[in-house]
Design a protein around this ligand. Structure first.
Ligand SMILES: NC(=O)c1ccc[n+]([C@@H]2O[C@H](COP(=O)([O-])OP(=O)(O)OC[C@H]3O[C@@H](n4cnc5c(N)ncnc54)[C@H](O)[C@@H]3O)[C@@H](O)[C@H]2O)c1
Length: 312
């Protein structure tokens, strides 16, 4: 599929990752329809993005069929992204993440939209897996968020089997890059650390800081979405999207210090739903999607640091 002449729906298109997908798709000439309720995204994320873009402020749980008529492809990113919120209020999480994806898939079925790329999460694995983790490891989420993201995958596969909609699920590990905010303490640790470093505030580390994360650059995540969109017959398959290597939060703090100078560290109790070690085995994405991460953690952090310095 060549995206240039296509009509593409991006749910969650005002968010961190979604806005980069909007930019990439609009940049190659696609007509882009954004559906976002701005609960965690910002319309300013679209500033400076040129192209044929229409934004509808609406929830994916509402009647959104009217916005999707004639679409060739959906990138579904809209979701509750807060793990802690899912623990406090699992109904809220399920409403957005389970009812949301079901509603979007139903629109795809009724409107004959042939393809959907779904943003899933490494949170579906939980702690009880081999590391590096491949896609055949047991699914055992530690949070309602992990549960709802996995239910989304099951719906994708079912809609592929029942109706022939070509779906694919991308299990992101920890994504970082421009436009990420520090609002999300789970996924936004890099944004939080850099902002605190510039404000000379202490870095808060939950637990002993020896938990590891696989940080993947948002540009690479966008390319995984584009490859998945253009590749036919993925049939509900799931792919890990990370880098294949990880770093502990203590080491991340060391790198930030090497850029910003000595910083205080505050250790706080470990959080519910947080996993200990996380590293992706990306062999399947490399083989099937031609996925090849290009953003190094150090290079990406330097770029972000300069960007934040320019803003403050
Ligand atoms: N950032 C990461 O490290 C990471 C890791 C794994 C998975 N993901 C997944 O990637 C996707 C994008 O996450 P992000 O980091 O860009 O977060 P984000 O909060 O920046 O983006 C989510 C977007 O969805 C919108 N949204 C939320 N609920 C909605 C609803 N009911 N209707 C319409 N819009 C709604 C928000 O306003 C926001 O713009 C999510 O599905 C998330 O689960 C992200």
């Amino acid at each position: 599929m060549d995206l240039s002449s296509k009509k593409v729906v991006v749910t969650g298109g005002c968010g961190f990752i979604g806005s980069h997908i909007v930019e990439r798709a609009a940049g190659v000439g696609a007509e882009v329809i954004i559906i976002d309720n701005l609960i965690s995204g910002r319309e300013e994320n679209l500033n400076g993005i040129d192209g044929n873009i229409t934004f509808h402020r609406a929830s994916v749980t509402e009647d959104i069929e009217k916005y999707m008529t004639g679409a060739d492809l959906i990138f579904h990113l809209a979701a509750n992204v807060f793990v802690a919120k899912s623990v406090e209020d699992p109904h809220y999480d399920a409403e957005n993440n389970i009812k949301g994806i079901l509603n979007v898939l139903e629109c795809a079925r009724k409107l004959d939209i042939p393809k959907m790329v779904y943003s899933s999460s490494s949170a579906i694995y939980g702690d009880d897996v081999a590391v590096p983790t491949d896609e055949n490891q047991p699914i055992s989420p530690s949070s309602p968020y992990g549960v709802s993201k996995y239910v989304g995958e099951l719906y994708c596969r079912t809609y592929t089997d029942l109706y022939g909609i070509d779906t694919v699920a991308l299990r992101y590990f920890n994504v970082f890059g421009p436009r990420q905010t520090g609002d999300n303490p789970y996924s936004g640790v890099i944004a939080i650390f850099i902002q605190n470093a510039l404000d000379k505030k202490p870095l808060t580390i939950y637990g002993d800081g020896e938990q590891s994360r696989d940080f993947v650059g948002v540009r690479d995540v966008v390319e995984a979405n584009i490859s998945s969109a253009v590749k036919p017959n993925l049939k509900g398959e799931a792919f890990n999207i990370g880098t294949g290597s990880s770093i502990t939060i203590n080491k991340l703090a060391d790198i930030i210090e090497s850029m910003a100078g000595k910083l205080e560290r505050e250790y706080a109790p470990a959080r519910k739903g947080d996993i200990k070690c996380s590293t992706a085995d990306i062999s399947r994405a490399q083989k099937v999607l031609g996925f090849s991460p290009t953003v190094s953690l150090e290079g990406g952090l330097e770029e972000l640091f300069k960007l934040y310095q320019g803003k403050s």
